[in-house]
Every structure is written in C-alpha cells, then in structure tokens.
Design a binder for this molecule. Structure first.
Ligand code: M6R
Length: 608
C-alpha cells in the first residue's frame, strides 16, 4: 500500500526522502514522487513505475531544500500514471499533498470546486483534497488543513507542505497509520517505522482525528478542533539491521530462515512448564473471564485467516469451545451474532489491515471482548483491542507472509493452552503440549538445513502452470497457505483443498501436467490421505508429498517426498508450512519473479 515520508530539519530533504521511500518499497506501489520546499519555491518530481524511474529523473540533480514530502502510490482512484502519482498540488501550485487512503466525497467536492473555477490535472481524490486546502487557505496551512478535513469523508494519512510556509509540515490521520519521528533538531512523518529507523527510534503514534504540526523548533499534536494535546513518545525496539537483508538474496528467504528464532521469541516468557499452562496476561482477561467465554470468533485476512483456521482446530479440540473463523471483510458487513460472552480474536501481522480493524471495531460495538494477535508494535489494531499478544516475530518485509504465520499459530497455541487448562486439559497433557512447542524451533532449523532438497524438487516443477495443495484436518489450512504462497509470488495458479473434497470436483483436473502437493504427516487421518494419494496416482497426477520419516507407503506412490520431523498433530502445520514456503520461493526465483514485491500486492492492505 501507499507509503508516506516527510522531513523537516537542517539536512537536505530530497535524498532522505528517496532513502525513506526505498525502505517502504516492500509495501507495494506503482508510482512515486517527492516535493521539496526551498527559498525559491516548491519543486515536485514524480514518476510512474518503480522508484528507480524517479531516481533517473533526479540524476540531473536533487532539488535543494530542507523541508519535503515523499510518497509511493498503490493505485486506487485512477491508473498508476505519472499525473496520478503524488504529490498533488492545489490550484495555485503552492501547496503539495501526499495521501494514503480514500476521500469518499471527492466527487462532490471536485464538482463544487470546478464551479468555482478549479481545474484538475489528475483523476485522484488526493488532488481534490489539495485544491480544497488551497481554497480554504487564509495564511495558515495548519488551519486550512483542519478546515478541509472537517469537510471530507473517508480515510487518510496525509503530509502537506506549502512554499508560502517553508518552516511547516502538517500531517493528519484518520484510518491510515502515521507516525511522527522525533530526532535531534529534526522531525519526520512516516506511514510506518521503517524509513525512520536510520534516524531515530523515538516516535509518536497518531490516532484517528489527530494532526501533527512540525516546525523547525519542534512538533505539536492537535485534533481538528483542539490546538494542542499531549501524546507519549514511544521507543521502537527494532533497529536498522533487523529490517535489512543481511546477506540473503531476498527478504522472503531471510524471513523463512528466521523462523527458529522468531518462533522462540513468540513463545518466550509465556510457557509455564511446571503448571502445564501458559501465561497470557496481555489478553487482559482473568481466569474467570476466560472460563465465562461461550464462543470464540476469529477474524483476519489472507495468511492470518489461514492461521485462524488452525486456531479453530486447536481451540475446539483442546479447549472444547465453539469457534468460528470469519474473513474480516465479510464479518463487517454481516449481522454477526456476538455478545459479551463472545471473545473476538483479530489476527494481523501489520496491525493495520483495514478490514480486520473494521471487524474488530464492529465486534466492540456489539459488546464482545476483543483481543489481537499482532506483530507490529504500536499498530492501530494493537492499540484498539481490549488486550492481546504481540507476536515478536520481528519486522516482516517480504510481501508474502512467512514468519508471521508460524508465530500466529504459536500465539494461538498459547491462548488455547491457557483456556484448555482452565477447562478439561490435564496438567500432563498441558506439559506434553509445552514440550512439543519448545521443540519446534529446533525442528524448523532441521528442515531449513535441508532446504537444498526442496530446491531440487522445485527445479522439477518450475514450468508448471497449475498446482493443487491437499491436506486434511489441521493441515487443510496449511494446504491453503501453501497454495497462497505459490500463487502470490510465482503467479502459478494454485488451489488448496481438503484432500477428501478432491473427488467432489477438482479430481477432474488431474492429469500428468497437474502437480498435487499432499501434506501427509503420520497423524490421525494418515490412512485417509494415502487413499487420496492413490486416487491421484491412478489418474496420472504428479505427486509431491510431505511425510514423516519412514513413510514407505507414500514414498512408493509419490514422485517427490520431503520428510518433516514428528510433532503433535495440532502443531504440525508449523512444520509442514516451512518446506511449502521454501518450495514457492525457489519456484518463483527460478521463474524470475520479483519475490519480495509481487505484482499488484501490498504488504499492508489499508484500504477496503
Ligand atoms: O497484516 P495482515 O496479517 O492483517 O495481512 C493480511 C493479509 O493481507 C496478508 O496475510 C496477505 O494475504 C499476505 N500477502 C499473505 O502472504
């Protein structure tokens, strides 16, 4: 999704802005631009395509100026062209605006402004907002922005500068994340922490309805109505090295390989081995509260939705509570049956996914308790839920989610264990579960040590155009996730199915050109999946199977097998997903795909 960075201070802004935009490339974008103010006016440069296209334009020399804003755009209103790229200016050309989000009443405002003689150069809602700010300008940029925002409906993260006020940067937030970076005699705004880390780790998170006014003497936070409010300065724990590639060819590979550590970090401090339970005090729910829960609804999108499905299996099996898993985008527009005895769990890596946030707000409105399993510290979802657990997986830069997935499943395991122990699960079963959890980081490492075997399998399947992923029980969501990884980064059409469903339709697709990935650990449904493999074999399908050691039966049937260590059935997706992540990575790399920034995808989907 779109990225915002802004700077005011003693240094030249343009280079800092480009560097900041580079750090946000992972979010996904299709055009970029910067605006810089100096003593002689406002200089804007923008370009469709990758940041390198903008840099080519700047080859002739960076515009000078110590106040500036920069943007990467992910098209929503209007095609990804240079005229539609941000920054946009007002009618006078003095005010420049960059914007994440959507102004819903832009059409009506555009018409009103056209009647007053305004002409527009782009198809964007952002240009309409820039013109509105210009129209309301009476000598104070800050007041013009506040007045304009009182007129608009929709969502925005904004940064605005004017050549008439070379010492002021105004930022505002409603529904789209924005932070103020507090440096030494210099200040930044950004839509996520990554462009700030090189300069400062002190940040102020803006909340909806708040504005920041940055000047050369400091910053002030206000609302549209109130001139000043107090906000705490937070310290970001990540440093620059954690968001750099560190010798790996791609962020995705780095993040796959980080999973022994990221998983350990998710579990750290939560396991109470002696008592066979977990410590989840961050949920802000007492044991009595947890015992009183009658139903759990888990809501999420994409990969996080897949981890939610695994959570459903765990919670129902171990804690014996009815669980429903809802796409956040559907949940928010249904009339969901929830009350104060329903626990709603929102899962999100970024903590900014618009649909998940809206679903959680809806659940809160209806009286449910809400908790979040979120990776990004200080993100909107993390701040709005009643309680929650941070995943502590570290920054995930690759657009395809990998380490966040395994950490989400581990966090769900922690929640499950606590609730289950308050119900029927015995101390011995609790301890057994803990021991299995503790073994997972080492088992993941053992799989990673054999990555070359997965790469060799990938070589044989690089030219495929379709693939089926089949699993049963708790490995059905793992099949969905494996297929999602494949389609996201390699553009191969891949579908996940519960293995037994195959004969109700997809079996028609099976022939010698159709690879079928079976997730077949030696679990309670193993024999059933062997029958499904036989069915594919009988129709000439090419079989890739994930099995436990010594599975001679499947090894005999499959064209390629990869062994995974043994764990408890419910935890097996944390292991089975690792070779599937590697498989899609190696296939995509061999197909020449941009693994970290797949086409059309954004890292954090902050629009509906
Ligand atoms: O940040 P979130 O976990 O809320 O994001 C949800 C999805 O947008 C995300 O998982 C998406 O499906 C990824 N591209 C998956 O790799």
């Amino acid at each position: 999704m779109c990225g915002i960075v802004g700077y005011i201070g003693p240094r030249q802004a343009a280079g800092l802005l480009i560097e900041g935009l580079r750090r946000m490339e992972y979010r996904g974008y299709d055009s970029s631009g910067i605006a810089v103010v100096n003593g002689t006016g406002l200089k804007i440069m923008k370009s469709a395509g990758k940041l390198s296209a903008l840099e080519q334009q700047l080859d002739g020399g960076m515009p000078s100026g110590t106040l500036g804003i920069g943007h990467t755009r992910w098209a929503t209103h209007g095609a990804p062209t240079t005229p539609n790229a941000h920054p946009h200016t007002d009618q006078s050309g003095h005010i420049a605006v960059i914007h994440n989000g959507i102004i819903e009443n832009a059409g009506a405002i555009r018409k009103m402004l056209q009647q007053r003689g305004h002409t527009f150069r782009s198809e964007t809602d952002t240009e309409v907002l820039a013109h509105l700010i210009g129209e309301l300008y009476r000598g104070s940029l800050e007041e013009a922005v506040a007045a304009a925002l009182r007129e608009v409906d929709g969502a925005y993260g904004l940064a605005i500068i004017s050549e008439d006020e070379p010492g002021v940067l105004v930022a505002a937030r409603k529904g789209s994340p924005l932070l103020v970076g507090v440096g030494e005699d210099e200040w930044f705004v950004a839509s996520d922490a990554s462009p700030l880390l090189e300069h400062t780790r002190s940040v102020v998170y803006l909340d909806d309805g708040e504005m920041a006014v940055l000047s050369r003497d400091g910053y002030r936070i206000r609302t549209l109505e109130t001139a000043q409010i107090e906000k705490p300065v937070n310290q970001i724990e990540w440093d620059l090295t954690t968001i750099e590639r560190g010798g790996y060819a791609h962020f995705m590979l780095k993040e796959i390989c980080e999973q022994p550590e990221s998983l350990q970090n998710t579990l750290r401090g939560h396991l109470l081995e002696e008592e066979g339970t977990s410590r989840v005090s961050g949920l802000n729910l007492s044991d009595d509260d947890l015992k009183g829960i009658e139903r759990i609804v888990i809501t999420a999108c994409g990969t996080s939705w897949h981890s939610a499905l695994i959570g459903e299996y765990m919670l129902e099996e171990m804690a014996r509570i009815p669980v429903e898993v809802e796409y956040a985008s559907e949940f928010r527009y249904r009339n969901p049956v929830i009350d104060e005895r329903t626990l709603v769990i929102g899962i999100s890596q970024s903590g900014e996914t618009a649909d998940t946030l809206a679903a959680i707000r809806e659940a809160k409105l209806r009286g449910a308790r809400t908790v979040g399993l979120v990776n990004v510290v200080g993100s909107t979802i993390a701040r709005e839920v009643d309680g929650g657990l941070y995943l502590h997986a570290g920054p995930e830069v690759g657009v395809a989610s990998t380490k966040a997935f395994t950490s989400q499943v581990a966090a769900l395991a922690l929640v499950t264990l606590r609730i289950a122990r308050l119900r029927d699960l015995s101390i011995l079963q609790g301890r057994e579960f803990i021991h299995a959890l503790q073994a997972l980081p080492g088992q993941i490492q053992e799989i990673l040590n054999r990555s070359a075997d997965v790469e060799r399998i990938a070589e044989r399947f690089t030219d495929t155009t379709n693939a089926l992923y089949l699993g049963r029980g708790v490995n059905f969501p793992a099949a969905l996730e494996g297929a999602l990884k494949m389609k996201e980064i390699s553009y191969i059409h891949a579908e996940g199915y519960p293995a037994a469903e195959m004969k109700h339709g997809p079996i028609a697709l099976i022939d010698e050109n159709m690879p079928v990935v079976f997730i077949a650990p030696h679990d309670a449904v193993h024999q059933k999946i062997v029958s499904n493999i036989e069915e594919v074999k009988a129709r000439g399908g090419r079989i890739i199977a994930l099995v436990n050691d010594g599975d001679a039966e499947i090894e005999r049937l499959a064209d390629a097998t990869f062994t995974i260590p043994t764990t408890l059935d419910l935890l097996s997706p944390i292991l089975t997903i690792i070779p599937l992540q590697l498989f899609s990575y190696y296939v995509a790399v061999r197909r020449g795909c941009n693994v970290d920034q797949p086409r059309n995808l954004a890292k954090s989907v902050t629009v509906e």
